[in-house]
Design a protein around this ligand. Structure first.
Ligand SMILES: Cc1ncc(COP(=O)(O)O)c(C=O)c1O
Length: 184
């Protein structure tokens, strides 16, 4: 769904819009980077992601109050002045300096990493587009995908067509709706 529609729905129902951009580092909608559209955006740095620190992740926000709260929560909700005083239940979601160094070095290469993924998408497209019944991933106008995954949908003829209810093809798509092209 387009980001302006999401923002309108959130405003109408007094909802906090949080983007799950776990695997979409560098993706754009209408020229805006994902993670900058809602009140907060979340990114994964797990090992198979566009940018990785092995494990961990990042939250983006331009809300200073929310940023302050999240910094507190990740560090056991320690009181800023009173030593070892927890104002509320916190967590240990701290990132080590070593992980952060890896992440920063990866971030510097993000443009090249995304460009390589987009080149791979073209490589797959060129080799798969002639296969009948294969629906390749599309990129709707205004969207810039980073192709973290190259998911295809396949129309596969049944092995014994007479065993079916007269339809010429069974439609087999990947079960996860997120693998389908965006609906705009
Ligand atoms: C859409 C989405 N959200 C959240 C996650 C979870 O990320 P993490 O493993 O860093 O907790 C993933 C992991 O692949 C994901 O794909």
């Amino acid at each position: 769904m387009r980001e302006d529609r999401l923002q309108k729905i959130a405003a109408r129902h007094n909802l906090l819009l949080i983007e799950d951009a776990a695997e979409a580092h560098g993706a754009e909608i209408s020229g805006r980077r994902v993670g900058s559209i809602g009140r907060a955006g979340t990114f994964s740095f797990y090992a198979n992601k566009i940018i990785t620190t092995g494990e961990g992740g990042m939250i983006t926000t331009n809300d200073a109050g929310l940023a302050r709260l999240m910094r507190r929560l990740r560090d056991h909700a320690f009181h800023p002045e009173r030593h070892f005083w927890h104002e509320y239940v916190g967590f240990n979601y701290r990132m080590t300096n070593l992980q952060a160094a890896v992440g920063l070095a990866q971030t510097e290469r993000m443009g090249a990493i995304v460009a390589a993924r987009r080149r791979l998408r073209t490589w797959y497209d060129e080799r798969l587009q002639s296969i009948p019944g294969l629906q390749l991933p599309t990129e709707a106008r205004g969207y810039r995908s980073v192709f973290w995954m190259y998911a295809c949908a396949a129309l596969i003829a049944p092995l014994q067509s007479e065993a079916h209810d007269g339809s010429a093809h069974s439609v087999i798509t990947l079960e996860n709706p997120a693998s389908l092209p965006p609906i705009v």
